[in-house]
Design a protein around this ligand. Sequence first.
Ligand code: HAM
Length: 426
Amino acid sequence: MADALQAVKGMNDVLPGEASLWQRFEDVARRVFAQYGYRNLRVPIVEPTALFVRGIGEHTDVVEKEMYSFEDRLNGERLTLRPEATAGIVRAAIEHNLCYERPQRVWTAGAMFRHERPQKGRYRQFHQFDVEALGFAGPDVDAEQIVLLARLWRELGLDRGITLHVNSIGDADERRAHRQALIDYFERHAEQLDDDAKRRLHANPLRILDSKNLAMQAVIAGAPRLLDRLGGASRAHFDGLQQLLADHGIAFAVNARLVRGLDYYNRTVFEWVTDRLGAQGTVAGGGRYDGLFEQLGGKPTPACGFAIGVERMVLLLQEAGTAAADAPAAYIVHAGEGTQRLAAIAGESLRDAGVDVVVNAGGGSFKSQMKKADASGARFALVIGEDEVAANTVGIKPLRESGDQTTVPLAALASTLAARTMGSEP
Ligand code: HAM
């Protein structure tokens, strides 16, 4: 036998049992996005490397270490498997002049690629549902997206496990001024800095704030906070957002430490976090990126968006014991002369009536077919033997509740089953 090949590390198969939870999440998410007028848009998985370098930022972890980049063998073009969707969507919006007449609410979904160390909730191929509002200055649309997410968690039955953190990281000039203020502050307290922090002081003083060194926590706690130094417009934007969230009864924590891993953000940033998934607890994150269109060669266009990590949502759904919803309503077992034909006819008439049904294929005794019917999760086994063929009837046997097998004429099967399965899912 030839050696069996395996999937690439960090890139996972999703088998049917788990895929049904993916579909449940996807169905609910699509429905909620439509409720707010967000329309689907699809962009390629492969983009020019320069798009992400310019969009996400040269000095981010994603661009420095995590991108799957390669040279097109035929024309030498530098290409990258998208590590996220926002840069591609903005490229597409510029390329097709999407916001020319009016702003746009869009969403996309699909695989993203980052070469990270795989662990629970963190993979090299992962999936996002990504939502973007292009051409809106906010803060109303910032709030709209957060309210949308709160609704999504409710619809999924996950609203109790996920909390919202918001922050404002100001505009570019405010960040520059804050950076200088941090350098000044840490220079004044240089004797309290470790070697690592001293090295970072001028290159990236913000990273000092992430230090885990216990001896430095006091000096870090006293450092100037960008949130306290916002200019009037950024302050008003952030106050407006908080007011809107309060109006909607959305609980949130202002987290002055919240910065995001991608460089395009300004003003509003937010994350939804759970403590139920261990270290990878951020299930959705996003914010405003008013400068990205210009950075990518477009006209100034304010915008705001977020992405949800689908694998993390599925882990949460599993953890919450959410039942898979992909079982058929009925499974038709049939054995004997002429039964296969009646089974096929009964199956199609049920599908016409909107009942999901599996017709046993591959033969087998009644006993072995009943086992398959049970394993399918179906609520009813429909039994067809030679007697049923002679009388043009079908037996209905409940599999998930007590009750005897009953017999109905084929002509009444669809209406009987539709009545018994609709509106009363077990
Ligand atoms: P992000 O925070 O990098 O933002 O990713 C959003 C979400 O994707 C995370 O909160 C997490 O749930 C999931 N995620 C990220 N990396 C992985 C991974 N390696 N494995 C599994 N899940 C992961 C963005 O990507 C921005 N484009 C979001 C955005 C849209 N901002 C504005 N518009």
